[in-house]
Design a protein around this ligand. Structure first.
Ligand SMILES: CC(C)(COP(=O)(O)OP(=O)(O)OC[C@H]1O[C@@H](n2cnc3c(N)ncnc32)[C@H](O)[C@@H]1OP(=O)(O)O)[C@@H](O)C(=O)NCCC(=O)NCCS
Length: 164
């Protein structure tokens, strides 16, 4: 592990990140407190938060947001503009009107198993597990677990009559 990616690119905020060998990170990225495995490629305008982990040989395409509590396996494809969610009932403030802190909400962890693919614009609710090799269609909203090898699409994401 190293604290710098394998390539140079402008306008990156990289703080306290564990990079594997040969990780390529695009410009305009914001990566902090996360772990990214060997040979993974992270596109421009991606944010990966503290507490997230990304496996080896993944592709994370531009404009994706990976939040705390998300664990992504190896060889996972994450399309453009994929959004992960970890707070089911978000509130800006507590009942007393103070800004919420990390103590005031429950983090729902999410797992994406190896070789799964998430289509562009997918939204993944917290607390779900997307099984190995599963495919999530573009624009899907994943609200429940997806079994290994399954293809789901739509809102909410369900197995539909799709090509094999
Ligand atoms: C989900 C997906 C894998 C399905 O592919 P497929 O099995 O070849 O499906 P088809 O194109 O034969 O479509 C079958 C049906 O599902 C619908 N469908 C396909 N993709 C869909 C999606 N993402 N959301 C909702 N419905 C979808 C089609 O409209 C069609 O419905 P119809 O029979 O009523 O017309 C594919 O459409 C998809 O979304 N892939 C992700 C692509 C992507 O985001 N790439 C990222 C980087 S470029």
């Amino acid at each position: 592990m190293t604290d710098t990616p394998a390539n140079e690119a402008p306008y990156r905020l990289i703080d306290d990140v564990d990079f594997g060998e040969g990780v390529v990170v695009g410009p305009f990225t914001n990566l902090y407190g996360c772990r990214i495995g060997d040979e993974t490629r992270v596109g421009p305008f991606v944010e990966i938060q503290r507490g997230a982990t990304i496996g080896a040989r993944c592709k994370v395409q531009s404009h994706t947001f990976v939040c705390d509590g998300v664990q992504i396996g190896d060889e996972v494809f994450v399309g453009h503009g994929v959004v992960f969610i970890n707070d089911k009932f978000p509130r800006a403030t507590t009942g007393d009107g103070d800004l919420q802190t990390g103590e005031d909400w429950e983090l729902l962890p999410t797992v994406v198993e190896s070789r799964a693919s998430l289509g562009s614009g997918a939204i993944v609710l917290g607390g779900v597990r997307i099984g190995a090799g599963a495919i999530v269609g573009a624009g899907a909203v994943v609200t429940r677990d997806v079994a290994a090898g399954e293809t789901v699409a739509g809102v909410p994401a369900r197995v539909r009559a799709l090509s094999p």
